[in-house]
Ligand binder design. Structure first.
Ligand code: ATP
Ligand code: MG
Length: 414
């Protein structure tokens, strides 16, 4: 992409009402636009990052045997009344509205109910199980506080997978596989080191659920970390019982701030019982389907990555999620030949499949460098009169390469 065609501008200041570091940096660098508290637009650069995160998660969900679909945001209230979660006292983040005919509808906060209802049309016998269905879908939640930028949206993207199994054993087996897949996802996203498998409350069907919590001062959760065992306990469930279950001593735990980037949950027959999702077993006997749910917030992950790696100059993206691999900066200084050389390098790299953002604008070198630092693409290539005249390994014509994270500079042959 040529930067002259990218309509977004960087800015020195974030909006005054924006208090979170992730949104401040993402707004300043032109990745997102703030509509209102907790509601953000994803601009071209932001959408590229979000899609990279989505694709990593999608690959791992497909590897688990997941099949992708997309559910609606507008919800039929009857399923939620049946499950007992339509009431605002039970689910306190609903956005509800009315149809012209006066009927009330709600915007989906999660999708256990409607997906269970879909499965009633498709699951009949033990031969139809297991099913692992997932989506990337926009959720709406009327969050009380939305002060964490894209880490807590009122409208946000979620990957939610739901497992439908014939037995608890089959469900438990998948749960462990999903847990391992989550570990891999956070490693691939560059968050492996700081993300802890965290024991959390399990609801009525298992003792614990598992959260994936990334350590950051920007997080809203408090967890107790056991570094050596690479696990943590959510403050909500920290007691003698969980310590003995995990064979952990209280004094080996350290209190940390963290953000929940994902969670996995055994649902048992909570929704299949209430909504009537059953199958016929091998003896022809009707049985409730055993379920689980597995969430990750790609937009929350994006905010978490910004919080984790940013430095005083701006954003620093891990390679796997960066909007582009290379930020090619042409310092033309009114030289047609430098422009032509940089243009050729851009075309050559693009044709070889390298994702390049080419700063072909007529602005000062200083402005290009500070924009580049703010935008945070991992590797910067500089082409100028000076580099084109430089000799590397006996050949004339070079590119100056700078690593965004370390600041390390080297000259390479074109
Ligand atoms: P929290 O306790 O932080 O509100 P939650 O327990 O409500 O999270 P879930 O309902 O389990 O979250 O949602 C699954 C995933 O969706 C979370 O692990 C998180 O990554 C993401 N998520 C939840 N709420 C938000 C939000 N308001 N904005 C962005 N992502 C969110
Ligand atoms: Mg919540």
């Amino acid at each position: 992409m040529k930067q002259s065609q990218l309509f977004t501008k960087t800015r020195r200041e974030a909006p005054k009402d924006e208090v979170s570091q992730n949104a401040q940096l993402l707004i300043r660098a032109g990745y997102i636009h703030k509509e209102m508290a907790g509601v953000y637009d994803f601009l071209p650069l932001g959408l590229r990052v979000l899609n990279k995160i989505v694709n990593i998660i999608r690959e791992e969900m497909n590897a688990l045997g997941g099949v992708e679909l997309q559910m609606s945001a507008l919800q039929d209230r009857t399923h939620w009344e049946t499950s007992g979660r339509w009431d605002d006292e039970v689910l306190d983040v609903w956005f509800k509205t009315r149809l012209k005919n006066g009927n009330e509808t709600g915007l989906g906060t999660t999708h256990e109910e409607p997906l269970t209802a879909v499965m009633k049309d498709h699951i009949r016998s033990f031969r139809d199980l297991p099913v692992y269905a997932y989506q990337f879908q926009t959720k709406f939640r009327n969050e009380v506080r939305a002060k964490s930028g894209i880490m807590r949206g009122r409208e946000f993207l979620m990957k939610d997978l739901y497992s439908f199994c014939s037995t608890k054993a089959e469900q438990d087996y998948f749960y462990e596989k999903a847990k391992a897949a989550y570990v891999k996802i956070f490693e691939r996203l560059g968050l492996g080191e700081k993300t802890y498998l965290t024991f959390s409350s399990g609801g009525s069907f298992s003792k614990y659920s598992h959260e994936f919590q990334t350590l950051t001062e920007a997080g809203e959760d408090t967890i107790y970390v056991h570094k050596a065992k690479k696990l943590a306990i959510n403050k909500e469930v920290l007691n003698e019982e969980v310590l003995s279950d995990l064979g952990i001593k209280r004094e080996d735990l350290v209190e940390k701030k963290a953000v929940e980037v994902g969670n996995i949950f055994n649902l048992g027959t909570r929704f299949s019982d209430s909504l009537g999702l059953v199958y016929n077993d091998e003896q022809g006997k009707s049985q409730p389907v055993v379920m689980g749910s597995y969430g990750i917030g790609p937009s929350r992950v994006m905010g978490t990555i910004v919080e984790t790696f940013a430095d005083e100059k701006g954003i620093v993206w891990p390679e796997a999620v960066a909007p582009f691999n290379i930020h090619l900066i042409g310092l033309f200084n009114n030289s047609g030949s430098v422009r032509a050389a940089a243009d050729k390098i851009y075309r050559d790299m693009t044709s070889k499949g390298v994702e390049v953002l080419f700063d072909d604008r007529d602005v000062s070198a200083g402005e290009k460098f500070s924009d580049s630092d703010l935008i945070g693409i991992p590797t910067r290539y500089i082409v100028s009169e000076k580099t084109l005249a430089a000799t590397v390994d006996g050949s004339i014509g070079a590119i100056e390469v700078k690593d965004r994270k370390t600041g390390k500079v080297e000259m390479i042959k074109i």
